[in-house]
Write a protein that binds this ligand. Structure first.
Ligand code: ADP
Length: 483
């Protein structure tokens, strides 16, 4: 491998320790083997969970300030190793290096944010209903947590679960995606170097994800499961979590509308669409999935967007100037080209791109897309922009909400009244207005409907890892006597 990174520093668990079969990790650009990692079987995971349960008590007894100092060291170490971590992300997930670097700083930002926010896990004193009683609430760590994360943001999807868990005083075992265990192991290595106790946070690659989900859900010590991935798997996990009434947070699939009204700044809308559609070759859950354009500006928008898309450079993410990497694997290429073929068969037209070449799908713009086409109802997860035409605001909102998903939505308009009306009418957990990028550690990320529930980032992200304990103090006595 060409990366400067020293894979020897990672904690590759041995077969005796972890029990599972070895897992090959491949570069999606050319299919070459990057490394082989050991994996955990059910017994191995069980041991990690038990060790995490022991570790969390000592951690929770530390002050928030002490936890914060160690987390900030972890944050600093990640920033000091941005190049190594970015190379690893690009190697195992394929995204261009510039995007990987951005992911590293975005991922690290959750650690810094929650290191601070952990100091503000306030309880409250509630005015009592009785002169002899007092009411307070404590906010206490949920306990030992588990997380299952996807391959598309192999660093950030982990830190935005681990950081609030640790800040709240919990322990956490993370099962990374099979395609991207190396970034997870590197994060773990840096965390332990920073002083985070080894058993408190473990990255646990598994060859059998269904087994991991079952272990996490049936284990009585696991009090919370946080999942980012498909709605299909989210549904399985929610059902399994019923056994122990395990708390769950689910960040699932999306079908983001990107609405361009006739009063939009078209150049800004094209820039926003490029960012919202083509980041990570379209493989993010908040990627614009359907671009809805008002009939009056449709042709002008398509021309400008197609020009920009035709200029994107496709290739291995480690090459300079590449902005579109490969899809994660061959089945993703087959699925995305199937969506293009279905759209063309039902009357859509290619404005630019349209072909699959090896591990890559050309950045593509399709026009004449209608709701009869599969691409409108599927999460595309590829660099294909389907454009639908609409005639008025009500029609745009109706099309936008016509999906079981509700993660992110985007709208472009300079009309303040319209912005408010549409922002309120969109059935989504997040709405970006006149902007194509909404992810930040300071804001609550999450969905509604079949896109899941729970919020990551912002002060709300900490709540996911805290329980409220209501305490009643009786027998206070007669305050009037001491007044
Ligand atoms: P994607 O299509 O993005 O890969 P998945 O939902 O399949 O989405 O994968 C997200 C994460 O869920 C990965 O870590 C994967 O290993 C894990 N996963 C897949 N199937 C299951 C399952 N049955 N139970 C628990 N986790 C699973």
């Amino acid at each position: 491998m060409s990366a400067a990174i020293n894979l020897q520093t990672l904690h590759f668990v041995s077969d005796e320790e972890a029990g599972g079969p070895d897992l090959g990790v491949f570069n999606p650009s050319d299919g070459s083997l990057i490394a082989t990692v050991g994996t955990y079987d059910a017994n191995g995971l069980d041991e990690l969970i038990q060790a995490a349960e022991t570790a969390r008590h000592e951690w929770a007894c530390r002050t928030a300030q002490q936890r914060s100092e160690i987390m900030r060291r972890w944050h600093q170490l990640i920033l000091e190793n941005v190049e190594e971590l970015a190379e690893l992300i690009t190697l195992e997930c394929g995204k261009p290096l510039a995007e990987s670097r951005t992911e590293v700083s975005y991922g690290a930002s959750f650690i810094e944010w929650f290191a601070e926010e952990g100091k503000r896990g306030y309880g409250e004193v509630i005015p009592s209903h009785h002169p002899d009683k007092r009411i307070v609430t404590l906010r206490q760590p949920v306990g030992t947590c588990a997380a299952i994360t996807p391959w598309n943001f192999p660093v950030a999807m982990i830190t935005r679960k681990v950081a609030p868990a640790l800040a709240a005083g919990c322990s956490i075992v993370v099962k990374p995606a099979e395609a991207t265990p190396l970034s997870a192991l590197y994060l773990e290595y840096l965390a332990h170097r920073a002083g985070i106790p080894a058993d408190l946070f473990r990255a646990a690659p598994c060859a059998d994800p269904a087994m991991a989900g079952e272990v996490f859900c049936r284990h009585p010590l696991v009090r919370k499961l946080s999942f980012t991935g498909s709605t299909r798997v989210g549904r399985i996990l929610m059902r399994q979590a019923a056994q122990q009434i395990t708390r769950v947070s689910l960040e699932l699939g999306g079908n983001a509308p990107f609405i361009v009204f006739e009063d939009a700044d078209l150049d800004a809308a094209v820039d926003g669409a490029m960012a919202a559609k083509f980041r990570n070759a379209g493989q993010t859950c908040v990627c614009a999935n359907r671009i809805l354009v008002h009939a009056e500006v449709h042709d002008a928008f398509v021309a400008k967007l197609s020009d920009s898309v035709a200029n994107l450079k496709m290739g291995d993410g480690r090459e300079p100037a590449v902005s579109i990497g490969p899809l994660i694997d061959a089945s993703a290429v087959t699925r995305v080209s199937g969506l293009i073929k279905d759209a063309l068969a039902r009357g859509a037209t290619v404005s630019t791109g349209g072909n699959a070449i090896g591990a890559f799908v050309e950045p593509t713009v399709l026009t004449g897309v209608t709701s009869e086409m599969a691409i409108v109802h599927s999460e595309v997860f590829g660099p294909v922009a389907p454009i639908l035409r609409f005639n008025n605001e009500a029609e745009a909102v109706r099309i936008a909400n016509d999906t079981p998903y509700g993660l992110a939505a985007y709208l472009y308009s300079r009309n303040l009244g319209r912005v408010w009306r549409v922002m309120e009418a969109l059935d989504y957990g997040m709405v970006a207005v006149n902007d194509g990028a909404l992810s930040t550690e300071v804001a609550p990320f999450g969905g509604v409907k079949q896109s899941g529930f729970g919020r990551e980032g912002s002060r709300h992200g900490l709540d996911e890892y805290l329980e409220i304990k209501y305490c009643m103090l009786g027998g206070i006595g007669d305050r009037a006597a001491t007044a």
